[in-house]
Design a protein around this ligand. Structure first.
Ligand code: NAP
Length: 485
């Protein structure tokens, strides 16, 4: 069992209260994975003060100097990939292959922003008059707060931290209590790579007190949050009071549309990955499959074949392709939604049962689950179920499919399976989502491309990931020089 301390001002320290909490392995709740400080407001305040004190020195470094530290941290993470992936699987539950991919992704993100450091800057703009120079300077904004969820416990902290640090800001991060280990491991790698004291501060503890302090403390100039709509909406209200910069990335109800002209084998393969990979615990997971009625029986049969081949179990075991739900609450939530759907008239087509054979009895294991006869207004078709539960909605045309796909109040990712180029283009124009895929899984993102949602999935002011991620973490100052006289 590991034991972590808060990182404040470059020191590893316990919560002022001395209280701790621990995480357990969702695949085997008999195992305690790690212990952490159960911090309160005072600890968060100390972290914010440390970040404030470190700001001037870090901001004064050049972007390439800061980038060099990110690149070196990337190498350190990559060299520890196997161990970190195992720890990630033990704390969050995803399969070792998924965890390994996520650690590699995090190393790649650090490498990307390390390289980007050579291009970070403003722009020269033609002036109306001769003998004049007009330009913008890109500057850091100050102390930034980051609040992250448990489902990508290393990738999400890193995709916020890397641009925040690159731009010259100092940071206080509060990882999700369910899986904080990876944030500390990233902090260790950054410190070993040469990050000065106080530039990055990590505080664990209850969301309401530690996260609440980040949301309300006037020294936090900007806050980037990823998590549920309920919490994100609340934090946004707190930030609005002092007009702090806000980036809220939240949940969704992502569709995959399967058209009659599409390759049904491909559709079944992609939906099986997008709906049940990562145990369905991805913000971009497919949870609604909208299928043209003429191919519904054939598609359903193919999808169920794929589902039968999914091997559920401890993510560390050989051959396992789907791990457990992350905790008792999410686990129970999946079954609650299945019950609600069946009561509303949906038909359970496959799965829906807890798995309790042998060691599985000690974890949050369930079958991947498919519901049919679902109509667009049922709760199961409208509300996020953060687990391996997917529904089929039959439609009679492409237009109806688009209408159903857009008929929710969220919009993060959407996929379409078709061979019809025109329909694919129309769909990419009309779908109300931040990420649009054709003949691809709704999950899976290119780290070099912008990412973010629409509607209630995002505040939609700034994108994450890609080179544009620096916009949230920097400001432009416009400079006029007159050398004509
Ligand atoms: P969550 O319950 O909203 O928690 C997210 C973070 O907020 C955690 O660190 C949590 O701390 C903290 N928090 C809780 N209450 C708070 C408060 N009152 N003030 C400030 N912070 C507070 O979300 P989750 O269960 O971790 O993550 C799942 C959700 O994230 C899903 O809805 C999923 O769709 C969404 N998500 C979205 C994206 C995206 O990019 N759009 C990506 C991944 C996940 P504690 O852990 O201590 O409670």
């Amino acid at each position: 069992m590991q034991s972590y301390q808060n990182l404040i001002g470059g020191e590893w320290i316990a919560a002022a209260s001395g209280k701790t909490f621990s995480t357990t392995n969702p695949a085997d709740t008999r195992e305690t994975v790690a212990t952490y400080p159960h911090s309160a407001q005072a600890d968060a305040q100390a972290a914010i003060a440390a970040a404030k004190a470190a700001f001037a020195g870090w901001a004064a470094q050049t972007a390439p100097a800061r980038g060099r530290i990110l690149s070196k941290a990337s190498q350190i993470l990559e060299s520890r990939k196997a161990d970190l992936a195992k720890l990630l699987t033990r704390e969050e539950g995803k399969t070792l292959a998924e965890a390994t991919g996520e650690v590699q992704r995090s190393a790649d993100i650090l490498r990307f922003f390390g390289g980007l450091s050579y291009t970070l800057g403003g722009q020269t703009i033609p002036h109306d008059l001769p003998g004049n120079l007009l330009l913008t300077r890109r500057e850091p904004i100050g102390v930034v707060g980051l609040i992250t969820p448990w489902n990508f416990p290393i990738a999400i902290p890193v995709w916020k931290l890397a641009p925040a640090l690159l731009c010259g800001n100092t940071v206080v991060i509060k990882p999700a209590s369910q899986a904080p280990a990876m944030t500390f491991e990233v902090a260790k790698a950054l410190i070993e790579a040469g990050l000065p004291k106080g530039v990055l501060n990590v505080v664990t503890g209850d969301g309401r007190s530690v996260g609440g302090e980040l949301a309300t403390n006037p020294d936090i100039i900007a806050l980037s949050f990823t998590g549920s709509y309920k919490i994100g909406h609340g934090i946004y209200q707190q930030l609005a009071q002092r007009m702090a910069r806000a980036q809220m990335e939240m949940g969704s109800k992502n569709p995959t549309i399967v058209l009659a002209d599409g390759d049904l084998d491909l559709a079944a393969r992609l939906v099986a990955i997008a709906a049940f990979g990562l145990t369905g615990q991805a913000c971009t997971a497919t949870s609604r499959v909208i299928v043209e009625r003429s191919v519904l029986p054939a598609f359903t049969e193919k999808l169920i074949e794929k589902m039968k081949a999914i091997k559920v179990g401890n993510g560390l075991a050989d051959g396992v392709t789907m791990g457990p739900s992350v905790n008792a609450q999410e686990f129970q939530g999946n079954f609650d939604y299945i019950d609600i759907a069946v009561k509303e008239g949906a038909k359970l087509l496959w799965g829906g049962a807890k798995l309790t054979d042998g060691d599985l009895a000690h974890g949050y294991f369930m079958q991947p689950t498919l519901l049919g006869d679902v109509t667009p207004t049922m709760r199961i078709a409208q509300e996020e179920v953060f687990g391996p539960v997917c529904v089929l909605i039959a439609v009679d045309s492409f237009d109806e499919a688009l209408k159903v796909a857009n008929g929710v109040d969220v919009g993060l990712s959407a996929s379409l399976i078709t061979r019809d180029f025109k329909k694919a283009m129309v769909y990419s124009e009309k779908i109300e989502c931040g990420v649009v895929k054709v003949n691809q899984i709704s999950t899976g993102l290119a780290l070099q491309a912008p990412f973010g949602g629409l509607k209630k999935s995002s505040t939609d002011g700034f994108k994450e990931q890609g080179a544009g991620a620096v916009e949230f973490y920097s400001r432009l100052k416009t400079v006029y020089f007159d050398y004509s006289a």
